[in-house]
Design a binder for this molecule. Structure first.
Ligand SMILES: Nc1ncnc2c1ncn2[C@@H]1O[C@H](COP(=O)(O)OP(=O)(O)OP(=O)(O)O)[C@@H](O)[C@H]1O
Ligand SMILES: [Mg+2]
Length: 268
């Protein structure tokens, strides 16, 4: 099966900071990938390059065999790669209904200016697509609530429902459970992943909670210092000693991170 997404030798530098280096990987269609790594490891930089928010300094990105390297984010969204951000990008003063309708309007009109898209909202009939997404993400009960008043978990669901407008084939989620209470986390993630599976969406999600990663990722990409230090099924990647030390924070007693990197051949 050919990959839906292929990344070759991807690199991103900010002055002297190398935020991504030599990232090469293939993503098969419908795979669910968890992206892990400490703060500053380069997870968001990777997501930003795939989605066109950052232009790679080197390397290439192929989506469905088409070179999308360096295309602007709007063009990439139009081709079928969507994303969510670390902080939900909903319109706080609009209701849930209006938010979803706005996302549909933006996608349909290809409007670049938000206001031109949301002005006719009051009279706009809810479209079938908006209704389907509201049902899929169980947002019906919150229909008339302003986004600012929603519990954090529901706001995230709304954000992801809006990202799914236009039926993207690939979705990148940057910390979908951040800010959500431990009690709510699993229920929210379960709903998100069930919804994405029903739409056969390929998903890459950045996540700090290893229990969530172990439960919902078929494959784990572990980032450290801009590179992928482990890539495999969660049972394997999460058990990797380097990953344990550098990301999970469970270093074997007396073993420093540098020694582990050295032992793994990652640092001379
Ligand atoms: N626009 C930028 N300008 C300069 N440096 C940047 C920029 N964006 C990211 N960096 C740097 O690149 C590195 C990777 O950052 P990135 O945001 O990708 O990390 P992350 O893994 O998403 O971290 P977190 O878990 O905190 O979200 C960091 O050293 C960061 O300071
Ligand atoms: Mg980040």
């Amino acid at each position: 099966m050919s990959a839906i997404l292929s990344v070759r030798g991807l690199e991103k530098t900010f002055g002297s900071v190398v935020a991504a280096r030599d990232i090469t990987l293939d993503v098969p269609r419908q795979q669910s990938i968890g992206i892990i790594g400490a703060n500053g490891a380069g997870k968001t930089t990777f997501v930003n390059m795939i989605t066109g928010y950052l232009r790679p300094s080197k390397g290439s990105i192929l989506f469905e065999d088409r070179d999308i390297t360096g295309l602007p984010s709007r063009a990439i969204t139009r081709l079928g790669i969507a994303r969510s951000f670390q902080v939900a990008q909903v319109f706080p003063s609009l209701t849930v209904d209006e938010n979803v309708a706005a996302a549909v309007a933006v996608a349909r009109t290809r409007a670049s200016l938000l206001m031109s898209a949301i002005t006719p909202l009051a009279s706009a009939p809810a479209t079938a697509e908006a209704e389907e997404l509201m049902t899929l993400f169980q947002l019906g009960d919150y229909r008339n609530a302003r986004a600012a008043t929603l519990p954090q978990g529901v706001r995230k669901l709304l954000d992801i429902a809006m990202a799914l407008v236009g039926a993207p084939r690939v979705l990148l989620l940057d910390e979908p459970t951040s800010g959500i209470s431990i009690e709510e986390k699993f229920a929210v993630m379960e709903l998100i992943m069930t919804a994405l599976a029903s739409r056969r969406t390929t998903v890459l999600f950045v996540e700090h909670d290893m229990e969530i990663v172990a439960r919902y990722a078929e494959r784990v990409l572990a980032f450290h210092d801009g590179t992928v230090i482990a890539d495999g099924p969660p049972t394997q990647a999460l058990a990797d000693p380097t990953v344990q030390t550098l990301i999970c924070g469970t270093a074997p007693l007396g073993v420093a991170a540098g020694e582990v990197l050295h032992a793994q051949g990652l640092r001379s």
